[in-house]
Write a protein of this length. Structure first.
Length: 287
């Protein structure tokens, strides 16, 4: 298929490479053009604006940083809506707000295009290996049309409900991500202070009741001193704040998520561009 993809950062690069590997024609745009060089070298074609991407694509995906970036690339004068043809499918894979997802879907109806939200989980490893979990909000008809493409980049693919429900599913997921990263960090801090062998601790945790995706994937990076971002600290902080805002709308009190927001807000002051595994740096044992 002719696919457009806007946002070639850590996650977008892996996804685009898998789409190319599956045989699709992919046209890309990124705010900083040099960050698209890796996918262009693998066969992607550059376009000068989001509108230009949408104009030549049957399906256009976006994966950018923040809700304000989503609104910009979709709504601006040379944005996606300006270039999308009637009947085209537009998919936002950014972790954004449920309210914005609903707004984009409504605008799509007015313009005669199909819009779904489809945030993902699995980090840079999942994007690279094509094993992402994809949480979709939108019509079942549109979902069925995009499902073959989702299968090229992900394994666990679920239609969560109407527009915005994919984002709600992602919020519930990332509340859990924050919790497991924090508990991994506290476990590592305790083990190191007690003089335990960290490799032994890793093997015990990952194979027992303390096991989690965070332990399996992030603990080895911490032990190797690798704090590069597969999932940015600043982006998890953004997600937690979206989750807490949505929880407030639903009159929910989430003390664990509130604590996680406080810890990641503190971490983001100096380590916002590092991976979430850098949470261990809040303790002196890893500074």
């Amino acid at each position: 298929m002719k696919i457009g993809f806007i946002g070639t950062g850590v996650m977008g690069t892996g996804i685009v490479n898998n789409l190319l590997h599956a045989g699709h024609q992919v046209t890309v745009y990124n705010r900083t053009q040099s960050k698209a060089d890796k996918v262009i070298s693998h066969g992607a074609v550059w376009a000068d604006t989001p509108a230009d991407v949408a104009r030549v694509s049957e399906i256009t995906f976006t994966m950018v940083g923040y809700p304000k970036d989503v609104e910009d690339v979709w709504m601006r004068e040379d944005g996606i809506f300006a270039g999308a043809k009637t009947g085209a499918i537009l998919v936002d894979m950014t972790t954004s707000t449920p309210k914005l997802a609903e707004k984009l879907a409504k605008k799509g109806e007015e313009l005669g295009v199909q819009v779904i939200d489809a945030p993902v989980s699995g980090g840079d490893t999942g994007a690279k290996n094509g094993t992402l979990s994809i949480m979709v909000g939108g019509s079942s008809t549109t979902f069925d049309q995009v499902l073959p493409i989702f299968k090229d980049i992900g394994q666990q693919i679920v239609l969560a409900g109407s527009a915005g429900k994919g984002q709600h599913m992602k919020m519930s997921n990332n509340i859990g991500v924050a919790a497991t990263v924090i508990t991994m960090a506290e476990s590592m801090v305790y083990a190191k202070a007690a003089g335990l062998n960290m490799t032994d601790a890793y093997n015990v945790w990952r194979s027992g009741a303390a096991g989690s995706w965070s332990v399996t994937n992030y603990m080895p990076r911490v032990m190797a001193g690798d704090f590069s971002a597969g999932f940015y600290v600043k982006h998890l902080l953004k997600d937690l704040r979206i989750a807490l805002d949505s929880a407030a709308d639903m009159q929910l009190d989430l003390p664990g998520a509130q604590l996680a927001e406080q810890l990641f807000a503190k971490l983001s002051q100096t380590h916002g561009d590092e991976g979430v595994q850098a949470i261990v740096k809040l303790w002196s044992e890893f500074q």
